[in-house]
Design a protein around this ligand. Structure first.
Ligand code: SF4
Ligand code: SF4
Length: 73
């Protein structure tokens, strides 16, 4: 079960659009699941995100790994 509730409030906190690894579309990957695009890892902003702290996330790079609680943590 995903750790991050897929709510508009949580989505509004997402920093993915400003991330150097952002694949160009999508976002809120910790709840929505991974991107369809191949990710070139150039850093991840998740550790600066309020959702990361609130939901005790660990891994980051959800765009590549999939939603928190569904493979990634
Ligand atoms: S933890 Fe990462 S993927 Fe999840 S909302 Fe924050 S920036 Fe977006
Ligand atoms: S999940 Fe992390 S690496 Fe991927 S776009 Fe969001 S902030 Fe960047």
């Amino acid at each position: 079960m995903a750790k991050v509730p897929d709510t508009p409030e949580n989505m509004s906190r997402c920093l993915c659009a400003g991330c150097p690894s952002f694949p160009g579309s999508g976002g809120f990957f910790c709840a929505k699941g991974k991107s369809d695009s191949e990710i070139r890892k150039r850093g991840c902003l998740c550790t600066d995100c309020a959702n990361f702290r609130e939901f005790s996330l660990v891994d980051g790079y959800y765009c590549a790994a999939g939603a928190a609680g569904e493979g990634a943590q």
